[in-house]
Design a protein around this ligand. Sequence first.
Ligand SMILES: Cc1cc2nc3c(=O)[nH]c(=O)nc-3n(C[C@H](O)[C@H](O)[C@H](O)COP(=O)(O)OP(=O)(O)OC[C@H]3O[C@@H](n4cnc5c(N)ncnc54)[C@H](O)[C@@H]3O)c2cc1C
Length: 403
Amino acid sequence: MNARFQAAVAGGGAVGLACALLLNRRCDWNVALVERSAPRETEGEGPQRALTLSPGAVETLTECGLSPGREDVPPSTRTRRPRSQEFRAHAFSRMVVWRGEGGPASGNSITFDAAELGARMLGCVAHEAPLRRALWNRAQECKGIRVYSGAALASVRIDEDCGYLDLDNGEEIGAELLIGADGAQSKLRSALGIEFRSTGYGQTGLVFEADCSEPGGDTAWQRFEDDGVLALLPLSESRMSIVWSLPDERAERLKRLDDKGLGAELNKAGAGVAGELVPVTPIASFPLRRGRAEQACGERYALVGEAARTVHPLAGQGLNLGLGDAEALARVCAGQGDALIGDARVLGRFARERAHYGEEMSFGIHAINAAFEGAMAPLAALGMGAVDRAPPLKRALAARAMR
Ligand SMILES: Cc1cc2nc3c(=O)[nH]c(=O)nc-3n(C[C@H](O)[C@H](O)[C@H](O)COP(=O)(O)OP(=O)(O)OC[C@H]3O[C@@H](n4cnc5c(N)ncnc54)[C@H](O)[C@@H]3O)c2cc1C
């Protein structure tokens, strides 16, 4: 065996990195992190995925040592290069969700307003790549974290007093607690024989960016169409990230359109809420699936992020849930004392808390998706107006999404 740690994290996506940083910070543990592909230094030309972060997720990232800068400062007026721990995020304080033809007319929309909810913001929008890179830089700088970069997890073994990650470069890492943060296709999960039940929605998520003619960086928009969901998320005063969840065939058709054709479809669906929209990046597409691991922990292991569950992106919660897992795991471990590292009963407390919350969110997202399809659609439209006129219900929905 090459090295032994208190915890070893498989997967250096945003969730795995946050997990390593929080376990080191709150428990003072030595942590190993294994990632097969390090983030690139530059973002490149390709389309970038933007994510909506809840205020709770921003708090967790701040504890990890990140500082959200402002996305809307034009590059020419920036006076210095961003520091390694900075990622740019654009805060929004209003969200309008609507359904039906045309814009968000009264009766078929819900408006969430941060001021009404007593909050500073509802969330913020950030590109995933710089966010992950900032976390990566923090982990590299941290003395208690050893990053194994460029090596993939090949197999896993758990003995009575230690767990082992075997890497494809021949190295072996021993740790009292193994954490699977290696995404939806988790090798750690499959190596331990844990089943992952997953179903496709028959939908594809299209992601690209568009410039908008009406400045309105304070508001995020979400429209439920008969067969899809369009989200317009403000990246700056004049740029929106578009996340469009559509049946596979319609998504394929839109992907084949030229810029003019795509712009026409987008403006029709967007109903002019942000003025005219002009697509400015290529489209990235993602098949949409919902899934859950049969078991999120056991003796000497725990699963976090997409290794534990995947949810529909329409509520913008996947990463928020994963960061919540990282926070909860570090909190439970910090409260237990080092004699019980990796103890299944202790980890069970983490798993029960997250299963409850994860299922609630996953079910909620799934239910919204189902409610706005097919025969239920007119009922759902009525429901939206009713929710908008019921402040306690609206506050309850918002509070859940802002955690
Ligand atoms: C279209 C779309 C829009 C979304 N929008 C939002 C949003 O607005 N808000 C939100 O919160 N979430 C959103 N999500 C979900 C979010 O992107 C994911 O939940 C989140 O990025 C998952 O993070 P993760 O760290 O768990 O997994 P990943 O990001 O998949 O990271 C896993 C890491 O493990 C590494 N790895 C895998 N296997 C191995 C191995 N064998 N050895 C070593 N390393 C390995 C991979 O290289 C990767 O770096 C969206 C998703 C989609 C598809």
